[in-house]
Design a protein around this ligand. Structure first.
Ligand code: LLP
Length: 379
């Protein structure tokens, strides 16, 4: 990482490597061009306007989970018909925002929501396209806080009441059933859960065909993981194997589409949180590198026990032969980025990079302890 471009930039800040983002998007396009796959970027992962504009310029759709995300998507160039809106608790205002912008689809998460959406669409006199989000009860083998497709999770409609949901949608003159939606979890690094998901979808498709119900699309959600341990060796996720799995295991009919909603896999590796060493505290047992970024800037380690690769970029190339705990300045014991990290001899003023922080980094930052929000630099 070339630290010259960071001179004079107030730390902590998120640095986004624009070239890597573009290469990541190229890799996705290479796998999906000419296939029935449409990619919707999950805006929740990172909603920096410049990043949104780079992604929308490729013609990707957007997966939104709030009225404000819908507004940001529109503002940054996503076409309304390519915006899909999911969420277990959409407020009336948010639903009306979506209806008024004419977004492409509402992903409905409960039987109860069907009536609410139908009433609001009737109020506006507009017919809206919906997909029912099905909870397929699949273990994604990821962290329990980011697994979503198990039946004990709050997300989606239980398969056992899906018939009722479909009947209700069909009965409403303001709802048009476009497809089924799924999302089984995040940071999934093996293909198996996606394969099982495709089997479930094939079964549902066959079952409903017998009842005369056809779907225009199936949305497999997001979840493809990234290599947090080796960001330089694996800067771009293995899209070929992910898309091959879905496109070959899912049995689509002519004209039927498959959609996915990738977030982390698109923006994760292009971002790093850059921070400065405030001081090195030499304890009796341990030495602490105290940096000016904390859990308010990047909460993933504190919240999920996640580990982002830590580098002293001011001493790049020097032997990493000293052991430190790298911690933030916030009054919480969980404000720790790494324990027993091997770094070069580190001193006050050095720049520290927390890698692979492009997804769910700045998007989850807060002002806890009345701290400033982290800045950003996109180059
Ligand atoms: N679609 C739905 C319905 C989702 O709930 C999510 C993420 C995605 C797509 C995008 O998933 P991705 O491709 O990024 O895995 N804050 C956590 C991750 C939470 C994911 C929430 N839903 C983290 O930092 O690991």
């Amino acid at each position: 990482m070339n630290t010259r471009i960071f001179e004079g930039v107030k730390t902590p800040f998120y640095y986004y490597d624009k070239e890597l983002l573009e290469r990541t998007l190229d890799a996705i396009e290479a796998c999906t061009a000419g296939t029935p796959m449409k990619v919707h970027y999950a805006i929740k992962a990172n909603s920096e306007p410049e990043i949104l504009r780079i992604i929308s310029a490729r013609g990707f759709g957007a997966d939104c989970v709030s009225g404000n995300e819908i507004k940001a998507a529109i503002k940054c160039g996503f076409r309304p018909e390519n915006i899909y809106y999911a969420g277990v608790g959409k407020t009336d205002d948010e639903i009306l925002t979506g209806i008024d912008f004419g977004i492409g689809c509402f992903n409905i998460e409960s039987i109860e929501e069907i009536d609410i959406l139908s009433e609001l669409a009737a109020k506006r006199g507009k017919k809206v396209t919906v997909a029912l989000r099905v909870n397929p009860n699949i273990d994604a083998h990821t962290h329990e806080y980011i697994t979503t497709g198990l039946k004990e999770n709050k997300f989606g409609i239980d398969m056992r009441v899906l018939d009722e949901g479909i009947k209700k949608v069909k009965e409403s003159e303001y709802l048009d059933l476009g497809g089924l939606h799924f999302h089984i979890g995040s940071q999934i690094t093996i293909n198996e859960p996606f394969k099982i998901l495709c089997e479930r979808i094939n079964d549902l498709k066959a079952k409903y065909r017998l009842e005369g119900i056809e779907f225009r699309f199936f949305n497999v959600g997001g979840g493809l993981g990234i290599d947090y341990d080796n960001p330089d060796e694996n800067p771009i996720p293995d899209f070929a194997s992910y898309f091959d799995t879905i496109l070959s295991d899912l049995h689509l009919d002519q004209g039927q589409e498959v959609h996915c909603e990738l977030g982390r896999a698109i923006v994760g590796q292009c971002g790093s949180l850059i921070s400065k060493v405030v001081l090195v505290k030499k304890g009796l047992e341990k030495s602490f590198v105290i940096i000016d970024a904390g859990m308010s800037d990047l909460i993933r380690p504190a919240l999920y026990g996640a580990h982002h690769k830590i580098e002293n970029i001011s001493e790049a190339g020097k032997a990493a032969d000293k052991v430190y705990d790298v911690v933030g300045p916030i009054c919480e014991s969980s404000d720790v980025f790494g324990k027993d990290e091997l770094l070069p001899d580190t001193k006050r003023g050095d720049l520290i990079a927390l890698r692979s922080a492009g997804a769910y980094g700045s998007a989850m930052s807060s002002g806890y302890n009345m701290r400033d929000l982290p800045g950003h630099l996109i180059r």
